[in-house]
Design a protein around this ligand. Structure first.
Ligand code: PLP
Length: 451
């Protein structure tokens, strides 16, 4: 499949015409250094000029293969036709009234779409926000007010954001938490079924991790105190970890047995990314609440909590919301993004990407001892880089070196994971097969060249 129906003007080929970063990017980086806080780091010192399909064009005229989609956001590609068309029309009509002051139809339409697309055929309602972290915070607020309980259970390797509560819920200390405490109380972390690193092997991970999680919640927290269990059905920042089969259904059952609100954080895995509308569908898990953001609006800041109407309605009027939540331009963009996902059948496209990319990554694992594991679904894929296959010792230095080698050749890959040793692939789903294959060729060369 070749990119967008009307095709962005941007040529869909890789072009490296200067050293990367080029002179103009270097100039801008120097200006950034003077005025942008150092805490706002950038993966790649390359400034964007245009982007579309599978390409980011930088300010020096280099055309780079985008295997990151802006941290997993531009599922429908950058500047997707329907997104631009709808948001431009909306921006020309009005840009903001505050939904809590003077409501507008776009917000309601997005909530209708969410009710239809999210798993389960129960009555559903939504509330819209600006960022993933804000959605997670609100899912917890809603679960607490619904249950009258306080505790929140999260998992090893989980990532939920950088606000105070979501930092507490996030597993990895550096860079997300270091020095920013104290963190919100009543957050408890339990094991997740990380097959590759599970001591008794991947086949046992699902049942054993679920049993350990349940045991810890029961003994250390008390299920009667737990408002919500919040889980990423396919963990993103933690290292593209697919919980081993059986884990999610077991946790879902435990939540149901104890009146705990089961919250799926699908901020990274939702909206066609894994080849299904939502990753929890893979094992037929129906969450009580689902938090979404990233892919929902083609790059505009929008997030949502969607769930059982009786839970969503537990918060009193005025208890949830905010000045910008569900901004009309962002809602128009979301309707354009959803239209694109449907029209281009991006779930099928994500599965086709998996069929193309995974065998290539598997071949790399078979050939290079430092590629320890290949995993993920759809267009949410990764390799875990280790010292050697036998020890499985994480190798963040090699992961960083490989990513840098790809960057210098004009291919954007992202490094992630609790141990900083996972190279993840989150391409826009409208990328061409040719660009994907070329990006993988560059990674293969980088592995060949790695000492
Ligand atoms: N939850 C998950 C699973 C995420 O991947 C992210 C962002 O990467 C967040 C929450 C936080 O979203 P945001 O950066 O929009 O606040």
């Amino acid at each position: 499949m070749n990119a967008l129906p009307e095709g962005p003007a941007l040529p869909q080929d890789r072009l490296v015409r200067t050293a990367i970063p080029g002179p103009r990017s270097q100039e801008l980086m120097a200006r950034k250094k003077n005025v942008v806080a150092d805490g706002v780091a950038t993966t790649w010192p390359v400034f964007a000029a245009r982007a579309g399909g599978g390409i980011i064009e930088d300010v020096d005229g280099n055309r780079l293969i985008d295997l990151g989609s802006g941290l997993g956001v531009t599922v429908v590609g950058n500047a997707a036709e329907a997104v631009v068309r709808r948001l431009s029309a909306q921006a020309a009509r009005f840009t903001h009234t505050a939904f809590s002051v003077t409501p507008y139809e776009g917000y309601v339409e997005v909530c209708e779409a969410l009710a239809e697309l999210t798993p389960g055929d129960h009555a559903k309602k939504s509330a819209l926000f600006n960022s993933g972290a804000e959605a997670v915070e609100n899912a917890v607020k809603i679960a607490r007010v619904h249950t009258g309980r306080q505790a929140v259970v999260v998992f090893d390797h989980g990532y939920h954001g950088r606000t105070n509560l979501t930092m507490a819920m996030t597993a990895k200390n550096m860079p997300f938490k270091q020095g920013f405490g104290p963190f919100a109380p009543e957050v408890y972390r339990v094991p997740v079924a990380y097959g590759y690193r599970w001591p008794t092997g991947p086949d046992n991970a699902g049942a054993e991790a679920a049993a350990q999680a349940v045991d810890q919640i029961t003994k250390q927290v008390g299920p009667e105190n737990v408002a919500a269990i919040v889980v990423e059905p396919l963990l993103g920042e933690g290292g593209i970890i697919e919980p081993a089969k059986g884990f999610l259904p077991a946790i879902r059952r435990f939540a149901s047995e104890h009146g705990i609100v089961f919250v799926a954080d699908e901020i990274q895995s939702g909206f066609c990314r894994t080849g299904q509308w939502f990753a929890c569908e893979d094992e037929g898990v129906v969450p009580d609440l689902i938090a979404t953001a990233k892919g929902i609006a083609g790059g505009l800041p929008l997030a949502a909590v969607t769930g059982r109407a009786e839970i969503m309605d537990a918060a009193h009027a005025g208890g949830i919301g905010g000045t910008y939540g569900g901004n009309p331009v962002a809602c128009a963009a979301a309707l354009g993004a959803i239209e694109t996902m449907r029209e281009l059948d991006l779930n099928a496209r994500a599965r086709a990407i998996e069929a193309l990319v995974k065998p290539r990554l598997t071949a790399m694992r078979d050939r290079f001892d430092i590629v320890g594991d290949v995993r993920g679904r759809g267009a949410m894929l990764a390799v875990e880089v280790v010292k050697d296959g036998a020890s499985k010792e994480p190798n963040p230095q090699a992961a960083a070196a490989l990513a840098k080698a790809c960057h210098q050749k004009g291919v954007l890959v992202l490094v992630t994971g609790t141990y900083g040793n996972v190279i993840r692939f989150l391409p826009p789903l409208v990328i061409s097969d040719e660009l994907l294959a070329e990006g993988l060729d560059v990674l293969h060369e980088a592995l060949e060249g790695h000492k």
